[in-house]
Write a protein that binds this ligand. Structure first.
Ligand SMILES: C[S@@+](CC[C@H](N)C(=O)[O-])C[C@H]1O[C@@H](n2cnc3c(N)ncnc32)[C@H](O)[C@@H]1O
Length: 260
């Protein structure tokens, strides 16, 4: 089993009712643009979202989110692998990695409430670790693959996080980044943007435990760089053969690269 730094909190089957030891900033949202994102505000926001996270995702993606995570897990070639799932939330990708044959998965997240949700569900081959994508508490080259699904957009310095992914991935290992993207068709892009800024925050009021977080979601998707930029970041971080696969008419892009 991979051992994280002893100073890092490792949660195992924590009670879902445990209070968050992290900062609580009532209702305040982090900046949605690429600059000035505050990790403490991001953590507090996801702590608030955690209780109904899965329900909201399924509703707001019209049930597509499970398929996106299956593709993400598969792209990591998880069979018999030690995989790190960064920004794991309640562990949806981690569970999928195990289902697709991963030997062991470390699910790391900044939000204690997200980790507690995941750990409450219990899973033998998943270890829950509290930590920051920008400073991973693991030795060099300790994983066969690293995945991040709908997490990189929330990290204050995504390129620093990608360098960390490269550091902890063994040569030849995989990194998979699943993230929202702009649809490639101009007509669909217009409809989608209307959904993001108009309908989505309204739906979120019904299905989410923190509707304002979905305003941040819309703004952060619109501020996120295009596919070519993310591909360039992966190459610069030390990954080769970088490819991208579009899902749902380009609403979601899954990048994969191999550690040089
Ligand atoms: C939208 S959720 C995605 C959860 C999961 N990967 C999924 O696909 O459902 C984003 C997650 O990123 C986590 N996160 C944000 N910034 C982070 C950071 N710097 N390091 C680790 N996790 C972070 C949040 O706490 C949250 O659980």
């Amino acid at each position: 089993m991979l051992s994280p730094d002893p100073e890092t909190a490792v949660l195992r089957h924590r009670s879902a009712t445990s209070p968050s030891p992290g900062p609580t900033v009532a209702g305040e949202l982090p900046a949605a643009g690429r600059d000035g994102k505050d990790a403490a505000l991001v953590q507090a926001m996801f702590d608030r979202v955690a209780p109904r996270y899965d329900l909201a995702n399924a509703a707001l993606s019209f049930g597509q989110d499970a398929h996106w995570r299956r593709v993400t897990a598969g792209a990591a070639r998880p069979a018999d692998a030690h995989v790190l799932d960064v920004a794991a939330g309640p562990g949806n990708v981690a569970v999928e990695l195990v289902r697709q044959g991963a030997d062991e998965v470390v699910a790391l997240d900044l939000s204690f409430n997200m980790l507690a949700e995941g750990a409450r569900r219990g899973h033998d081959r998943i270890t829950w670790v509290n930590g920051d994508a920008q400073a991973l508490p693991f030795p060099d080259e300790s994983f066969d693959a690293v995945t991040i699904s709908f997490g990189l957009r929330n990290v204050p310095d995504p390129q620093l996080a990608l360098r960390e992914f490269a550091r902890v991935t063994r040569p030849g290992g995989r990194v998979v980044v699943c993230e929202f993207a702009n649809p490639t068709s101009p007509a669909f892009r217009t409809i989608y943007r209307r959904y993001l800024v108009g309908a989505l925050p309204q739906f979120a009021r019904v299905v989410s435990s923190s509707a304002p977080a979905y305003r941040y979601l819309a703004d952060s998707i619109l501020a996120w760089p295009d596919r070519a930029s993310i591909g360039g970041w992966l190459s610069t971080a030390g990954f080769r053969e970088v490819m991208v696969k579009d899902l749902a008419f380009g609403i979601v892009a899954v990048h994969r690269g191999f550690r040089a």
